[in-house]
Design a protein. Structure first.
Ligand SMILES: [Zn+2]
Length: 258
């Protein structure tokens, strides 16, 4: 069995055929899914999804760096209220993204720090999105060392050296469909990092693995990512499944799957 540690299954992209997709996922070997938020508007659809499928879908809550605008303070207040009211398995997605737009760079950093404080206060792991911002991301995280924060650098896309630094800081690496792409640098990362530091993720509906690249992604494709990791590491897919499942159960403190 597998765990998809990052899927936006509540996305509008699934609206038209949600039931069908969900039934197919439930028939697959993917047992549990962690559902990260991106802003206050994703809170309600995530809640609905996780209440409908409480044995399969586990909510996280956060403000994604590309959603950080001038109203980020109010959004974070709302998020904190929800953290007080309901159980969330992680804070995220949060992090830094300098790839799309750096207009709100200073606000992104403030929002990231505020969400690290949430992780400390509520003792939850972080789901960190970092794009073109790895050095800032890691240097900010390292300031909180004494709090023993943990989490995942989701959709990891950095170098081997950056991967090693993230792992040394107590973070897992979320490996997604990118590892199956031609010319990807990720196989090098996967070859050099022990399985006990890796999580599987789709980031659905985005980044479908080969041979579905460019189409809508969903959790059923997790075994394709696992198989690629198994090939790179010269181990069986069962070993990848078992270790990454243990990693995700432990990081997010998820219940044992049935
Ligand atoms: Zn995501």
């Amino acid at each position: 069995m597998f765990i998809d540690s990052h899927t936006h299954l509540y996305s509008k992209d699934f609206e038209a055929d949600f039931q069908e997709v969900m039934e197919q996922i439930l028939r697959s070997d993917v047992r549990l899914m962690v559902i990260p938020g991106v802003d206050v508007h994703s809170i309600e659809p995530i809640q609905k999804l996780c209440e409908t499928y409480p044995q399969y879908c586990f909510p996280a809550i956060g403000l994604h760096p590309t959603e950080v605008k001038s109203d980020f303070g109010e959004q974070l207040q709302t998020i904190r209220q929800h953290l007080n009211r309901s159980h969330y398995y992680a804070i995220g997605e949060t992090g830094l993204d300098y790839y799309w737009d750096t207009t709100f760079k200073a606000e992104q950093i403030k929002a990231f720090r505020a969400q690290i404080d949430f992780a400390i206060e509520f003792q939850r792991p972080l789901i960190v999105h970092s794009r073109d911002a790895f050095e800032d991301t890691l240097s900010i995280l390292s300031e909180y060392k004494e709090h023993a924060i943990s989490g995942v650098i989701h959709c990891f896309s950095g170098t081997v050296e950056q991967a090693q630094k993230a792992v040394q800081s107590g973070f897992y690496l979320g490996i997604g469909g990118g590892v199956t792409f031609k010319n990807s640098k990720l196989p090098d990362v996967v070859a050099n990092i022990d399985l006990q530091h890796l999580l599987l993720e789709t980031d659905a509906p985005f980044i479908a693995p080969h041979p579905y690249r460019g189409t809508r992604n969903d959790s059923r494709y997790i075994p394709l990512i696992a198989q690629r990791i198994a090939d790179i590491k010269h181990v069986s897919i069962d070993i990848v499944a078992e270790q990454t499942t243990q990693n995700a159960l432990q990081l997010f403190n998820l219940p044992q799957p049935i």
